[in-house]
Design a protein around this ligand. Structure first.
Ligand SMILES: C[S@@+](CC[C@H](N)C(=O)[O-])C[C@H]1O[C@@H](n2cnc3c(N)ncnc32)[C@H](O)[C@@H]1O
Length: 313
């Protein structure tokens, strides 16, 4: 057993410079009997289905869709697909921007250890309380959310222990504009019209940063995480592009550039097909300005830690 319970007690306070947090003693070894060369516990039949690069993700009752609780939670089924693809039972998953804890719940369901990090105490408290909900999946594994700046993740974990990083990061300060929500269902559009969807005013919050500073912060955070990964461990980032003032803000390009600059290699681009979630959209641009609706899909960018690291400065 590990001492994660002790760590949990102090997890809900931001570490200060004077008291550096103790490394978590969380298990990270496989508990399955899969051959060493396998990258997951999937059968060949299950693997074939997952090769399709367009994913649909379903929402379930446990998912948080109320934007007053959190403006941008993804469905538990999204990190669950990544965990099944890139880890074995018993291995360690981390989410640097854990929000409401969706990744931790997916890990709990699938028998993986997991640690999530978020700047905001209320999200950390929410994540840890969601993990206490009764679950059908009895598990020997542990999941925990910790309140800290993602820059500090290396203070909590040992090198070479993490099998997967999966997250949806903030989109720089791009959501800090008054929402017009033209693509939302009319009832939701009214509810959120004019609201500014942002997580906090904390200057460390990536959601407050201009894109260049954002890209730099992502590079620093993921550069710090890289040594924690096992060789060839995957790192999955779910992002979307945005249209602001008739300009496409290519968030996914900033993310790719930031991660490649610190040594990650992009392996796959998967499209999260959200057409089943979008209804009653208006006509945009017709008849003279063609713009695709970025709400109809998101990117799932799959990087890995290459066997031989190459830093691009
Ligand atoms: C898109 S949300 C993640 C939502 C999450 N996937 C879920 O399902 O709830 C991004 C999160 O990053 C957090 N965040 C922003 N800057 C951060 C930082 N420097 N360190 C840690 N967390 C940060 C925000 O508080 C926010 O909850």
């Amino acid at each position: 057993m590990n001492n994660i319970t002790n760590s949990k007690a102090k997890s809900e306070t931001t570490p200060t410079k004077t008291s550096e947090p103790k490394k978590l003693e969380i298990n990270h070894q496989r508990t399955c009997n899969c051959p060493q060369s396998h990258i997951n516990c999937l059968t060949g039949k299950e693997w074939v289905k997952k090769q399709v690069a367009i994913w649909e993700c379903y929402y379930e009752k446990r998912d948080i869709r109320d934007k007053d609780v959190h403006p941008a939670a993804f469905p538990i089924s999204l990190p669950a697909k990544c965990i099944e693809l890139f880890t074995h039972r018993g291995e360690l998953v981390i989410d640097p921007f854990v929000g409401t804890g969706s990744t931790l719940i997916a890990a709990q369901d699938l028998g993986r250890n997991a640690v999530g990090f978020d700047l905001q105490k209320e999200y950390v408290v929410l994540s840890n309380s969601r993990l206490k909900e009764p679950t059908l999946f009895g598990s020997e594994t542990e999941q925990i959310a910790i309140q800290t700046d993602a820059h500090d993740i290396p203070l909590y974990l040992n090198e070479g222990t993490v099998a997967l990083v999966v997250t949806s990061p903030p989109y720089a300060n791009m959501l800090n504009t008054k929402r017009r929500n033209k693509s939302m269902r009319s009832d939701l559009r009214k509810k959120h019209y004019g609201k500014v969807l942002q997580y906090s005013n904390d200057p460390r919050d990536l959601g407050t940063m201009e894109v260049e500073q954002y890209s730099q912060a992502l590079a620093e955070i993921y550069g710090g995480i890289l040594p924690l990964l096992k060789p060839k461990a995957h790192c999955v980032i779910n992002v979307n592009d945005l249209w602001i003032d008739n300009q496409r803000i290519v968030i996914h390009k900033y993310v790719i550039d930031a991660l490649e600059s610190v040594g990650y290699e992009l392996r796959n681009i998967i499209i999260w097909d959200k057409r089943n979630l979008v209804n009653k959209v208006g006509i945009f641009g017709w008849p003279s300005n063609y713009i695709t609706l970025t709400v109809t899909f998101e990117y799932i960018l799959d990087f890995w830690k290459p066997a031989k690291l190459v830093r691009r400065d």
